[in-house]
Design a protein. Sequence first.
Length: 308
Amino acid sequence: MIDPRVKYRHIQCFLEVARLRSLVKAAEELSITQPAVSKTLRELEEILEVRLFDRSRKGVVLTQFGEVLLHYAGASLAALKQGLDSVAQARMSGESYLNIGVLPSVAARIVPTAVQRFLAESVETTLTLITGPNTFLLSRLRLGELDLVVGRLADPEQMAGLSFTHLYSESVSFVVRKGHPLLDRKPLDIRRLADHVVLYPTQEAIIRPYVERLLIAAGVTNLPRRVETISNTFGRSFTLDTDAVWIISSGVVSRDVAAGDLVELPIETTGTTGPVGLTTRADTAPTPALVMLQACLRFAADKAAVRL
């Protein structure tokens, strides 16, 4: 923890004296008196309980403790200045654009809250949100067509040149309409899925391998009436209107389940859990607007976790 007694003026004064090697010159640079410089340095030394400078008639020289503080304080102050400048730039630079790739499950779960919070900051940035399979979004990210992808962590071979920041973990759900015949079967035999139409993730869906492993382990090797889709609109409507079973990321249907419109089948899906987060290009520095949006996404993910 930083001692709350250490103020910005202490660090600024220390850096000027260290740079100019003179109390007099530092006072002139800071537009204060020499006694004020001496007092400020003395306060800082008392707080840190070390001597930062050796003083003589020739000027001042950093002690070993002073050298250590200089190494970190200079970089910290520069980073702070860059941060303040970036905030001003975000406010004053005029309209900018962010192209964001969003996995459908994330689009339903945290993106609405994040976008509301971002827009409330009155930043003149136009957001373009593009949904699709994870592989498609990552390919556009590598080409520079997207600034950020919010979705599941991809396989290692797909992450070359990319950076991932974890937000939360998500599993797969097997959901049906209220009153579905399978809800009356206790305990549920997962092999009874074959008696119904099953909405199944497509080949490019990142959850597909997780679902395949789960079903194979449970002895389900054939689903004769399988419809492969990544359309959330179709999946929701079809599941509400029929006896279909929809296999989908939990984030897509979390609100429907909470509202009681859809019901999760009692199937153990812990093995399908995977990390969801922010993927960016590792060699590209984020713009101030992107930094703000990432913070809003982290806030939304934390808020969603609290609700759960």
